[in-house]
Ligand binder design. Structure first.
Ligand code: FE2
Length: 207
């Protein structure tokens, strides 16, 4: 039994399928962007993670465990970065959906209103954090205790390491938007919030 258990949990880590077709987010995010972002960048993080963890104490660990075990350790930066970027991207694809945006499910909407006053204020805070993030990074809606918050992280960093629970994320690395929007990060973020953001996914994570 032990051997079969081990086989099931062993690396290599697998690039998860996209939850929609590569052209399903167009015109907000083109199939061309998805081709590079998912097919090259996300795949690259998974491939690097497999190379870096092969034969190490991390090889059989769930992704979240690798992330929390290597966060802040200077000699484990490469493993952390590739594990976190693998996790972040899978979470990002699920934070978007074709015909997203609109109104969140009732329970999430009430929690948003209790934390930000109104849905629009929450969206404005997400957009402002996305613009305030200098260089590469991520903007997140997180559950901190019983309140929702907007946080931003640099490079590969993820709120999992700070004890808050991510509900959704937007990738603000240039590779997420440059082909479609060039340097207009604000236009990308506002289009994502209005047309693609997956409030159902955030509501599921609230449970
Ligand atoms: Fe990305």
């Amino acid at each position: 039994m032990k051997n079969s258990d081990k086989t099931e949990s062993a690396s290599p880590y697998i690039l998860p399928s996209l939850p929609y077709a590569d052209n399903a987010l167009a015109p907000v995010i083109s199939a061309n962007t998805i081709g590079f972002h998912y097919g090259k960048h996300h795949k690259g993080y998974v491939d690097n993670l497999n190379k870096l963890t092969a034969g190490t104490e991390y090889a059989n660990l769930p992704l979240e465990k690798i992330i929390t075990a290597t966060a802040g350790k200077a000699d484990k930066t490469a493993i952390f970065n590739n594990a976190a970027q693998t996790w972040n991207h899978t979470f990002y694809w699920r934070s978007l959906k074709p015909k997203g945006g609109g109104e969140p499910p009732a329970v999430l909407k009430q929690t948003i209103e209790a934390s930000f006053g109104a849905l629009d204020a929450c969206k404005k805070e997400l957009a402002a954090a996305a613009l305030a993030q200098f260089g590469s990074g991520w903007v997140w809606l997180v559950l901190d205790g019983d309140k929702l918050k907007v946080v931003k992280t640099g490079n590969a960093d993820v709120p999992l390491t700070t004890g808050t629970k991510p509900l959704l994320t937007i990738d603000v690395w240039e590779h997420a938007y440059y082909l479609d929007y060039q340097n207009r990060r604000a236009d990308y973020v506002s289009a994502v919030l209005d047309k693609l953001i997956n409030w159902d996914f955030a509501a599921e994570n609230l449970r």
